[in-house]
Design a protein around this ligand. Structure first.
Ligand SMILES: C[S@@+](CC[C@H](N)C(=O)[O-])C[C@H]1O[C@@H](n2cnc3c(N)ncnc32)[C@H](O)[C@@H]1O
Length: 274
């Protein structure tokens, strides 16, 4: 390296300035990389939470909502065709069949075709994907009614302390169940409010039901409470189904309490009444 005395004073000054800028630049780059690393690390630690939040952000866009509508119709058609040729003919076969098990709503369609329920109750509607698939199954069976309970704009805390903000389902002024087309609404009753308040009243009114599906507030207290309210009203051939059973131990604890062996597949759990 040449001695600084070899330079003219202005060259010497600009060289020092260059070094100073380089240090600042390096620091900026390092801190940006570090913050990216921290973000990536956080994503790896809680991939579900972040993908959920990104999904909810996207759902606020009208374009995305239109795409979801188109895609759900396409999936429904595909599922209808698939179920026509379904080789498996038992509840366990249906939920474990690989071509159906990617989404809970395709499983719900197949289960409702198989069980031919007359009264179905679900909690948690959101955009209405599960409602759409259940209602289409009832329509294809030519029998049955669906009663759905939903508390719009819900925000709650999971047992893991994560804030679940579900207000995006009703973005742009949409009501819960925006995916359900008019031609399927004759078989549908949508009740707005908290499930733990409305479910006991609804079950008393209906007396008995054939199929129950939980997909509302996924915390231990609410899940266990919903299962306990519905269970005495299930017909002997009835089925209790729950989404997101892996969020806590409520589903397994309930099955233990009533001494039943549940069928579990990914995040869907089923308990047969008999
Ligand atoms: C995950 S989304 C339901 C998705 C829908 N089942 C499907 O498969 O497309 C959950 C819905 O439950 C609603 N919800 C949350 N807590 C609730 C509660 N305590 N009672 C009733 N609905 C609730 C939310 O507002 C949201 O619309």
């Amino acid at each position: 390296m040449r001695a600084s005395g070899d330079y003219e004073p202005w060259v010497h000054k600009s060289y020092r300035l260059y070094i100073a800028y380089r240090r600042i630049g390096m620091r900026l780059v390092t801190s940006t990389v570090e913050s990216w690393q921290a973000t990536i690390h956080a994503f790896r630690q809680q991939p579900y939470v972040y993908s959920y939040r990104v999904g909810m952000m996207l759902l606020r866009s009208r374009v995305i909502r239109r795409l979801v509508r188109l895609y759900s119709r396409h999936l429904l058609k595909q599922t209808q065709n698939l179920v026509e040729t379904l080789p498996a003919r038992s509840i366990r076969d249906i939920v474990t069949y690989s071509k159906l098990s990617k989404y809970h709503f395709t499983q719900l369609y197949a289960l409702c075709r198989y069980l031919r329920p007359r009264v179905v109750v679900e909690t948690g509607v959101g955009l209405g994907t599960s409602s759409l698939f259940i209602l289409q199954a009832l329509e294809d069976n030519g029998v049955g009614k669906l009663y759905s309970i939903d508390e719009p704009y819900s925000v709650y805390q999971s047992d893991a302390g994560i804030l679940i903000d579900e207000s995006a389902y009703c973005a742009n002024g949409d009501r819960p169940g925006m995916l359900v087309p008019n031609e399927l609404r004759d078989r549908w009753t949508l009740l707005l409010g908290k499930s733990h308040e409305l479910l006991p009243v609804l079950c008393e009114r209906l007396c008995s039901l054939d199929f129950f599906f939980h997909d509302s507030e996924h915390n231990y207290r609410n899940m266990f409470q919903e299962y306990s309210i519905v269970w005495p009203h299930l017909r002997a051939s009835g089925v209790l189904a729950s989404h997101d059973v892996e969020w806590n131990t409520a589903f397994q604890d309930f099955a233990d309490a009533i001494q039943r062996q549940p069928i579990g597949w990914h995040n869907l759990g089923l308990i047969m009444a008999s």
